[in-house]
Ligand binder design. Sequence first.
Ligand code: PLP
Length: 316
Amino acid sequence: MDIFELVKAAQKRIAGHAHVTPIMTSRTLDRLSGAQIFLKCENFQRIGAFKFRGAYNAMSQLTGDQKKRGVITHSSGNHAQAVALVGQLLGIKTVVVMPDDAPPIKRAATEGYGASVIEYDPADASREKISKDLSIQHGYTLVPPYDHLDIIAGQGTAAMELFDELDSLDMLMVPCGGGGLLSGCAVAAKGKNQNCRVIGIEPELADDATRSFHSGKLHTVKNPPTIADGTRTPSLGDVTFPLVREYVDDMKTVSESAIIEAVKFLFYRTKLVVEPSGALGLAALLSGKIQPRGRVGIILSGGNLDGTTMKIILDS
Ligand SMILES: *Cc1c(COP(=O)(O)O)cnc(C)c1O
């Protein structure tokens, strides 16, 4: 199957529903890096993160019967909000299984869009099992956060827009949790511009995908204590792992302090509010983990963080 075609189809499907987010530049960043940096601002996407793209692409393709029965998902936050909002837009009932330590702002937003939230303790229960059991019991369709081609293709539209607007890039840096955004963006990048080097970025504390990428064997990190809560997923998935191996050129990790510095830089220097997961690409750049050259795209994947977390970051 040609996955690039799926990304193109997703771009048509979400047109007029998702925002075409702005691409920002910063002379300070260009000067610091010696390259031309383009920031793709998914913090300005609907629900404040790219996950609206995948959720809309997946849910708009459900059959009438599936839509009537409703959907279920498990998520640490942004995917939940995306599913809830798409459900509201398309008139689909949504149920979200969420860890009991999820950031309050994310839970409140999810409920605000009309989803029912079911809590679980991430230390003992498996969210996959809970949502699977409920989906069987009630006939809900499962909308997974990353390991599904419709989700991956939707997330890839963020990179498509970068290439549509900028024509060519020499490098693209993408945050990685379960690898939906990274694999979709890598497929899009290679489809548009074969020579663009695609690099996935993870927190050091959640380096499962980096180790999986380099070893070819799937590694897992359980409940990693990283501040980048959007990347706390235990591992790449059955669908994303092979795609990351095939389309991504390299993976790098960044320290917690580098992530914090990147969020601060975005706030003070570029006036952008970006959550820790969203700042991973910039963290890799500012901490010297990648050698930038030419035209470099960085996906700022989201901007949902509460005031308490932002204060801790800005004060540190
Ligand atoms: C979900 C998320 C990620 C990670 O995306 P995956 O598709 O799971 O790799 C990164 N940043 C933000 C802001 C997210 O919400």
